[in-house]
Design a binder for this molecule. Structure first.
Ligand SMILES: Cc1cc2nc3c(=O)[nH]c(=O)nc-3n(C[C@H](O)[C@H](O)[C@H](O)COP(=O)(O)O)c2cc1C
Length: 171
């Protein structure tokens, strides 16, 4: 059995928040039309050959069952002019469909919602799913990538806030 940590979860969160990250918007739709649309900063690339990425999702979130049932998942790497999307997709109390309703999107392969104003998009199928604590690590086999430079630097998240990276040169 693990010993109780000498810190609480607020302190743990605060310490982890010192690691600056990018911000992504994850979307998915099931065959029955249920939509997931959530903001995720736990994204990272994993493997080049074959191309794999991962993100972590809390198993308590309303998006979780949709992500587990959808054929395809899309990950949008957001730019600074998409902070409204990041805030909307992180709003509790809104369903995935309601979150998506407020933004411009088009259906992609297997009907996965794609946000066209995004500079970089990856889409793929679920590979392994690893439960760890209260989160689930979702690995994706990437089969579509889309790059559309917008000239706007990436959106970042640091110490609990959306920030503009000070030295992020526009593309
Ligand atoms: C900057 C930012 C990053 C986030 N990253 C994650 C993440 O990596 N994994 C996750 O499960 N939720 C993350 N969230 C929270 C989700 O976007 C969403 O608010 C949460 O899943 C609650 O959704 P629910 O109402 O569907 O339960 C993040 C929120 C913000 C604002």
């Amino acid at each position: 059995m693990m010993a109780e940590p000498l810190f609480d979860s607020a302190e743990f969160r605060q310490v982890c928040g010192h690691f600056p990250t990018g911000v992504t918007a994850v979307t998915a739709v099931t065959g029955a039309g249920e939509v997931a649309a959530l903001t995720v900063n736990s994204f990272t690339s994993v493997s080049l050959r074959p191309p794999k990425v991962l993100f972590c999702v809390t198993s308590h979130s309303s998006s979780f069952p949709v992500l587990m049932a959808a054929d395809r998942i899309a990950i949008h790497i957001l730019s600074q002019n998409q902070e409204d999307v990041a805030r909307r997709f992180a709003t509790s109390g809104l369903s995935g469909a309601q979150r998506l309703d407020g933004v411009s999107w088009v259906p992609g392969p297997d009907a996965v919602p794609l946000l066209p104003g995004t500079p970089a998009i990856l889409a793929g199928r679920r590979d392994e799913v690893i439960t760890s604590g209260d989160h689930v690590i979702v690995l994706l086999d990437v089969d579509h990538v889309h790059l559309k430079p917008t000239g706007v630097p990436a959106l970042s998240f640091y110490r609990g806030r959306f920030v503009a990276p000070s030295d992020a040169a526009p593309e």
